[in-house]
Design a protein around this ligand. Structure first.
Ligand SMILES: Cc1ncc(COP(=O)(O)O)c(C=O)c1O
Length: 389
């Protein structure tokens, strides 16, 4: 019966609805680092918490069910999940990776994996032809992020999966921006899904966590061996915080996405805004592809003002959003990619990718949309160039 429930209901009515031993309606936090063995050759379900812990396991099975996979893994951060997943590769392998990947993933590939003989090529994955042209004999992985950060570019997941299968490559998707509430890549044929659970999955800017889910058992076994070997597992308090956040995932994302759509439409009509990037707008380049593979546009959008000066005036004037890195929380979060997430990228490279000095990214929270719109209106007025008389 529970497999027939809608996603929203599954978030609450699953095998962790209550604890079998006590009836507790919140997953117990099991702090033990080690577990008593009844006999010297008789092992229980758990022996040592790096290898397995009931609280962490509750989160791991929950995310596996929600993503439609067979096995979930919880890590100490999104980067720990991503880095451990890359360890599935070996010396001499080649990765094809989307060019506007998250900065931490970019750093891992370009300055760590390269030292272990793993080669890479960045490509514009919105262009399937370019992807096909760049697949080499030793390409073992195609790595996607869709929608991307900060320009919300959309990759055709099914198209990439077809190419990968024809060439014997694995496919990974970083699903942080949409979560399984809006996009389930494993159902589209992807092999492994990754998350910074620091964002929408936990949702309250109060925990750092990463998750991974595999579609098949064999890949799950291999990732389990790596999780246990590398050891970057999630602590139990943090696992509990993510489990609690998950219960409200659907309602948070639904509300935030509605407000993001309203704000994107407001900004698009505003004379002081040069461009708005949001997959929910019908003129967004990836709008149609997105609508075939996801059930909603999500709660993150970017918009461009005329100059860095306009951005500075806007940021000084706007009241509601916190100005910070990160996204996916109950409060709206505004960030400035040129000086935050993409500060390390040379200006010409940034501009080539459309990340100009006028670009701002907004993760919409749970405030009333009309309050956000009124706040943005007054801040935009203040951002207008002053006419000196
Ligand atoms: C899309 C994406 N992937 C991965 C990460 C890394 O996650 P964490 O910060 O939890 O290590 C982030 C962090 O901002 C992200 O935005």
């Amino acid at each position: 019966m529970s497999s027939e429930y809608s996603f929203q209901t599954k978030l609450l009515h699953n095998r962790h609805k209550f604890d079998e031993a006590t009836g507790a309606v919140s997953v117990p936090i099991q702090h033990a680092s080690t577990f008593h063995q009844k006999d010297f050759d008789q092992f229980g379900s758990y022996d040592y918490s790096r290898s397995g812990n009931p609280t962490r396991e509750a989160l791991e099975t929950a995310i596996a069910e929600l993503e439609g996979g067979v096995r979930g893994f919880a890590f100490s951060s999104g980067m720990a999940a991503i880095s451990t997943a890359f360890l599935l590769l070996s010396k001499g392998d080649h990765i094809l990776i989307t060019e506007d990947v998250y900065g931490g993933t970019y750093r891992m590939v370009t300055s760590v994996l390269n030292r272990f003989g793993i080669d890479y090529t960045f490509v514009d994955m919105t262009n399937l032809h370019e992807v096909a042209l760049n697949i080499k004999e030793n390409t073992k992985l195609i790595y996607m992020e869709t929608p991307s950060n900060p320009l919300l570019k959309v990759i055709d997941i099914r198209g990439i999966v077809k190419l990968a299968r024809a060439n014997g490559c694995l496919t990974f998707v970083d699903n942080t921006f949409l979560t399984p509430a809006l996009q389930r890549p494993l159902e589209l044929g992807v092999d492994l899904v990754l998350h910074s659970a620091t964002k929408f999955l936990s949702g309250h800017s109060d925990v750092l966590a990463g998750l991974a889910v595999t579609k098949d058992k064999e890949l799950g076994e291999r990732l389990y061996a790596l999780q246990n070997s590398f050891g970057a597992v999630l602590g139990v308090q943090d696992a509990w915080l993510v489990l609690r956040g998950l219960k409200t995932l659907h309602v948070r994302l639904e509300q935030s996405s509605k407000s993001a759509q309203a704000l994107a439409e407001f900004l698009q009509k505003h004379e002081l805004v040069k461009k708005v990037y949001y997959p929910g707008l019908s003129d967004h380049e990836g709008h149609v592809v997105h609508s075939y593979q996801a059930t909603g546009p999500g709660a993150v959008l970017s918009f461009e003002l005329n100059s860095e000066e306009a951005v500075q005036r806007f940021v000084n004037q706007v009241e509601i959003p916190v100005f910070a890195v990160s996204l996916g929380a109950v409060e709206s979060i505004l960030s400035y990619p040129a000086k935050m997430s993409h500060a390390a990228m040379p200006r010409e490279e940034r501009y080539k990718r459309g990340i100009t000095d006028g670009l701002l990214r907004l993760s919409v929270g749970l405030e009333a949309a009309e309050d956000l719109i009124a706040d943005f209106e007054q801040a935009l007025q203040a951002a207008q160039p002053r006419i000196s008389l």
